[in-house]
Write a protein that binds this ligand. Sequence first.
Ligand code: ADP
Ligand code: ZN
Length: 651
Amino acid sequence: METGEKERADEQVEPELQALRLGALQELVRRVWGYSELRPLQAEAMLAGLGGRDALVVLATGGGKSLCYQAPALLREGLTVVLSPLISLMQDQIAGLEESGVQAAMLTSAQGLSEKRDVFQRLRAGGLRLLFVSPERFVVPGFFEELSAFGLAALVVDEAHCISHWGHDFRPEYRRIGELRELLPNVPIQAFTATATPEVRADIVRQLGLREPDVLVGSFDRPNLTYRFLPRADEAEQVLSVIRRHPGEAGIVYCLRRSDVDSLAPKLAAAGIRCLPYHAGLSPSTRQSNQERFLSEDIEVIVATIAFGMGIDRPDVRFVVHASLPKGVEQFAQETGRAGRDGLPSECVMLYSGADFHGWRNLQERSHSDAAARGVEIDPLEAERSLARLSEMYAFATSATCRHKFLVQHFGGAWEQPTGCGACDVCLGELAPLPDSVRVAQMILSCVVRCQQRYGAGHVADVLRGASTEKIRTCGHDQLSTFGLLRDHDAREIRHWIEQLVGLEHLRVAPGQYPTLALTQTGVEVMRAQRPVTLFQLPVTPRTRKAAARRGRVELRPRAGAAAGVEPGAVIDSGEELVYDAALFDRLRALRRRLAKERGVPPYLIFGDRSLQEMAATKPSSLEELRTVRGVGEAKLRDLGEAFLAEISRG
Ligand code: ADP
Ligand code: ZN
C-alpha cells in the first residue's frame, strides 16, 4: 500500500512526531481513564494505531488490550470500528467507556430498526469515534461502504484468534473479515488476541491479509496468578477449602459435565457458600439471571461447565478452581486467565485425576457420534488433535515443574527467572519430593510388568498396597512378587505416583475402552535404574497468610522475584506493596455495589478493586487528592468523587 509505506518512511524520519503522539496519548489516558502509566507494549500498540499501520498485538488476558485501541480512536480523525465476537463484551466496553465520559455505540444483527437508526443518527452528528460491530453484522453486503461515508480510520479485530482453526474458539463469521482488506484497501487493520501459539499468530496475519504488520507480543506470564495442582480426593471439601481462603471474594468453579455442576453446587450451598450453577442444560433465562447475579456481586461463586466465561469481564475474580482436568493447556490458560484481570493476586487451583482423561474422551466420543448421527462430518485429524491436547494437559497436571515456566514456554516465550516464580505450588515448596522416589518408581513399574501391562492404575495400585479385592483373587495377583510392596501407603498416594509416572511418560495409558498401563522405553530405563526419577508426595493443603490476615490490615506483598524479572507485557500492578484499611475497603465495595445498581451497570465499571484499595490506603479527603488514585479519570471524579469522599470521611 503506497500511503502506508510513505507513512512508515515518515515515521522513521520524525521521532519528534512519535514523541508528540506519545505525550498526547499519555495525557489522554491520564485524563479519561486515570492511569498514570502505560503497561508494557501499550505505547507501541497505540503508536502503531495512530501511525495508521497494520498490527498484531498479543497480550495476556488483563494486559490491557482495550486501551490500546480505545485511546488512539479518541485522538485521530474519523471512525474506529471494532469487531468483537460477543454482544455482552461489547455492551460491557461501551458501558465502561460511558462511565469514563466517552461516547461509543454498537451495531449488531440483534438490534431493532430504531436502535440502528439511532446509531446512524449519532454517526451523522459526528459525536462517535468508536463503533463496535458484531461479526455477522459486518458481512451484510454494503455495510462497510456505508460506514466509509463517516471516514473509516481503522478497523480493529478483537479476539482475533477466532479467525483461526488452530485456536480454541474458531468462529466461521470471522473468516470473512479477510474480505474487507480488498474492499477497504486503505484502512489499517489492528488485530488483538491473548492466544499466542505461533500457528494462530501466523494464521491471523494471513487470514486478515495484514501488510507488514507491527507484531507486538507481550509476555504470557500472569505473575499475579498463583497456580496449584492437586490430585482430586474429596472434591467438595477441596473446593470448599479454596473458597474459604477467599471470604467475600469472587470465584469460578469449573466442572467437567453438567451433572458434576448439579451435584457440586448444592454441596457448596449447603456449606454456606453463596453460589449458583451455570451450564448449557439450564434454561436461557436461568443462565442469564445467574450470570447477572454473579456480575452484580449478588453472589460470589459460580459453579459452571466451560460454557461459562466467554464474555465475562469481571476483573476481580480472585480464584478459579478446576474441579477436573481442563481440555488442554490453552483452555487451562484461557479459563484460569479469568482470574485476576485487574492485576491483583489471585489463585488458580486445579484438581485432577486420571479418571478425567477418560471423562473427556467419553464426552468427545459421544459428541462425535452425535455429530455423525446428524450427518456432520468429523475431521479425523481434529479428534486426534484434541486427544493430543488432552494428553499434554494431563502431563502438565502430573508434572512437577514450575507452572508459570511451563505455561510461558508452552506459548513460545522464554523463561528467565532462575530463582523460580514464587507463585506456584512447585516453587512455593508445597510439593515435597519423595525421599525414596527411585525405589517406589521401580516397584510401580515392575508391578505393571508383572500384571502383563494389561491392567489400569486402580488395579495396579490395589496390588501394590496388598488389597484383597475380588479381581486380585481371580487373577491370582496376590501371588505376584510385587503384591503388598507398598502396603504402608494408601491407594490415593499410589495413584498419585502412578499418575506422575504417566505425566513423565514413563508409563503410557493405552487408548481405547480399557485404560491399561504399559511401560515406555524411558519407563524400562527407570525400572532398570538407568535413568533418574523424582516423584512427589501427595501435596498438603496450602496455608495462606491471606485468610489469617483479613479483618484488620491486609498486606499484599510483592511476589519473590517479581520486581527483578518482570518481562515485557507482564502485569506489574501486583508487584507493589499496598497496606490498606480492610474495613474501609469493604465499605467502599458496598458503596460501589449500590451505585452500580442505581445506574444499571456492573459494579466493576464504577471502580476496580485496585482503585478502592488505593482509596482505603491513602484515604483522600479532597477531589484533588482523589484524582491521584489510579483509575479515577475526570468524568468519574466529577460523577462519583463526592460520594466516595463522603464514605471515606465517615470512617
Ligand atoms: P485485556 O482485554 O487485555 O484482557 P483489559 O483491556 O480488559 O485487558 O484490561 C484489564 C484491566 O486493566 C482493565 O481493568 C483496565 O482498565 C486495566 N488497565 C489497562 N491499562 C491500564 C494501565 N495502563 N494502567 C492501569 N490499569 C490499566
Ligand atoms: Zn513456579
